[in-house]
Design a protein around this ligand. Structure first.
Ligand code: F6R
Length: 607
């Protein structure tokens, strides 16, 4: 999320910063800005939208100076407009900074700062850092930054400059990547090596808790205990095209492997581990209306619709609230019968999907409460719903949705817990909260099966048809597995409830039509196993996604991929990962354009 680049040396900073931003644009393009020290004071330029808008402004108003900071934004707190564009400043306009990450306690810190007389010009969490530094500044920027950071909870990759210190630049990292690029008499700081590779390959990666001070061509690095440490630069060997993909071949692969981090971002600050509740700030103001709900309709398209179908099971199970999942494009044909005390919740990565937006507008016309689970901050759906929560999974570039989907499932699990708070016992809630907390780690463990899935992909990539089968919480995962395979490999695939096979589709099964069973150990496992036997008995090949402790599946299936155990309602978050990998590797073997499959677009803005 977002991109940072900073420069200190003897070249003209603004050109280098702009070049760097162009390389980082894939990380976000809601707004961009830079601040450059001209030796006397700091001058800034910001623009909303793409970097080209910033370049245009800069060409009309060039900035002098050899030290500066720059940022391209992917909005999290505050709308995607020029006011919220980085760099941000304190009240005096002397301190300027760029920040990646999320400050969890920013509301509390903002109240504290407002009481002290600070005034704020943006809606961002970032701006509080500038004011905190101002509060502690006493002619030493490094000390002031350190004191400010000691009060902050959350994540940051941060670069700060001060107009009174034209030769000093401070960088700090906690949970958001930051590295120093070391050149001849110049130093770059950036969130992603892509931005600096044309200038230097010698880099120092900052670790969490470390602060770097670049002053008069010297780099001083301090650890979390504020002890000075020595770090030698290492040389980057890979090339620029790989850089923005963090060394992965495709964005789809990168985004699959990013899921431990993206779901941790969805969870951040949202689970109360003392009272075992979900903290959903976006729903607080409508808590009363939510407690009176009689019916909930979840809508979405494609992968987001699969998330809606899983949400349907989750909310009914945890909150006992009658819930229905609907294709957003079909919603209008059934909307007339919806009664008061119904809410319509839209699930969308982009927040711009035309069918989903149209459904939300129709629900509003009918006077229904509208809610959203959206990834892109400030998108149309996010703005138009009455209340909602962001998934914070970061920009998803590959057309096939992967990390946005698992974040949607986490968000829906949190909503189920929120709505079910009064119905669930404290023991049940404790179990759920503990398990939610462990999900980033469990996805990480699940990803270890990637090599095995690659082998399975090689074995099966020449088949022309696939069936995906699952039950209850994993029935929609069968549908999602089929969507993933179809869209990136162009192979025909269908997702069915496993119990439905014998009512028709089983007629298609023969040795050339493999079935993929999503059958972790849950309350429906025995039924899944019987269905897999039925396929085997008809000469069909079976690939199974099963729980690690399972010993029986292997006797039926030709290939088994094992995933960690978790609570039944959370199993889809893990069981989808091997299916994402399978689709990805089959597409690679078939030499498809994985990130941009034919006939598709990332955001479908037509009905
Ligand atoms: C499939 C995929 C699509 C989207 C659908 C909705 O991998 O990406 O099916 O899920 O077009 O898009 P959003 O979530 O942006 O509303």
């Amino acid at each position: 999320m977002c991109g940072i680049i900073a420069y200190i040396g003897n070249k003209k900073a603004s050109n280098l910063l702009l070049d760097g931003l162009k390389k980082l644009e894939y990380r976000g393009y809601d707004s961009a800005g830079l601040a450059v020290h001209d030796g006397q004071k700091i001058n800034t330029i910001k623009a909303s939208g793409r970097i080209i808008n910033l370049a245009d402004k800069l060409s009309k108003n060039p900035l002098k100076g050899n030290m500066g900071i720059a940022h391209t934004r992917w909005a999290t707190h505050g709308q995607a407009n020029i006011k919220n564009a980085h760099p941000h400043s304190d009240c005096s306009g002397q301190i300027w900074l760029v920040h990646n990450g999320i400050i969890e306690n920013y509301q509390k810190l903002k109240q504290f700062l407002v009481k002290k007389g600070h005034f704020f010009s943006s809606q961002t969490d970032t701006e509080i850092i500038a004011h905190l530094i101002e509060e502690f500044y006493n002619e030493n920027l490094l000390t002031a930054v350190r004191k400010a950071l000691s009060l902050i909870k959350g994540t940051y990759g941060l670069v700060v400059i001060h107009s009174l210190e034209p030769k000093r630049l401070i960088a700090a990292r906690m949970g958001s990547p930051l590295l120093l690029g070391v050149g001849a008499k110049e130093v770059f700081v950036c969130s992603d090596a892509a931005a600096i590779l044309p200038f230097t390959r010698d880099v120092i990666y900052l670790e969490d808790g470390e602060i770097a001070e670049i002053y008069n061509n010297k780099i001083n690095i301090f650890n979390a205990n504020y002890r000075k440490i020595k770090k030698e630069p290492e040389t980057i060997k890979w090339d620029i095209n790989e850089a923005e993909k963090d060394g992965f071949k495709h964005f789809m692969e990168k985004e699959i492997f990013e899921q431990p981090k993206s779901i941790a971002n969805t969870l951040r600050g949202r689970i109360n581990t003392k009272e075992y509740k979900a903290n959903l700030g976006g729903f607080i103001e409508i808590k009363n209306e939510l407690s009176q709900l009689k019916y909930l309709v979840l809508i979405g398209c494609g992968t987001a619709h699969c998330a809606a179908r899983i949400g349907e099971y989750m909310i009914e199970e945890l909150a006992c609230l009658p819930t229905r999942a609907e294709y957003a494009s079909e919603f209008r044909y059934r909307a007339n019968v919806l009664l008061k005390n119904t809410a319509v919740l839209a699930i969308s990565q982009s927040g711009e999907t035309a069918d989903t937006l149209a459904a939300i507008r129709q629900a509003k016309e009918k006077g229904l409460l509208t809610l959203g689970v959206v990834n892109v901050v400030g998108s149309t759906i996010a703005r138009e719903v009455n209340a909602g929560i962001y998934t914070h999974s970061g920009p998803e570039i590959a057309v096939a949705s992967t990390k946005a989907f698992t974040s949607q499932l986490i968000a829906l699990a949190l909503i189920a817990l929120f709505l079910g708070e009064k119905k669930l016992s404290i023991k049940q809630r404790r179990l759920i909260v503990k398990e939610l907390e462990s999900m980033p780690q469990k996805i990480k463990e699940t990803l270890k099966i990637s090599r095995q899935v690659k082998k399975i992909a090689k074995k099966y990539c020449k088949y022309k048809n696939f069936a995906f089968l699952g039950r209850k919480f994993n029935c929609p995962i069968a549908q999602e597995g089929a969507i993933k395979l179809k869209e990136v490999s162009y192979i025909h695939a269908e997702g069915f409830p496993s119990g439905e096979m014998k009512h028709g589709p089983i007629a298609m099964i023969d040795k050339n039509f493999p079935s993929i069973f999503i059958m972790p150990q849950t309350s429906v496992y025995d039924k899944d196993l019987s269905n897999a036997e039925e396929i085997k008995a008809r000469g069909g090949k079976v690939i199974a996604i099963a729980s690690r402790s399972d010993r029986r599946t292997r006797k039926v299936a030709d290939d088994v991929v094992y995933i960690p155990k978790t609570l039944e309602f959370l199993t889809p978050i893990l069981s989808v990962v091997p299916l994402q990998l399978l689709a990805y590797y089959i597409a690679i073997y078939k030499k498809r354009n994985v990130d941009k499959p034919r006939n598709l677009a990332k955001s479908v803005t037509v009905e």
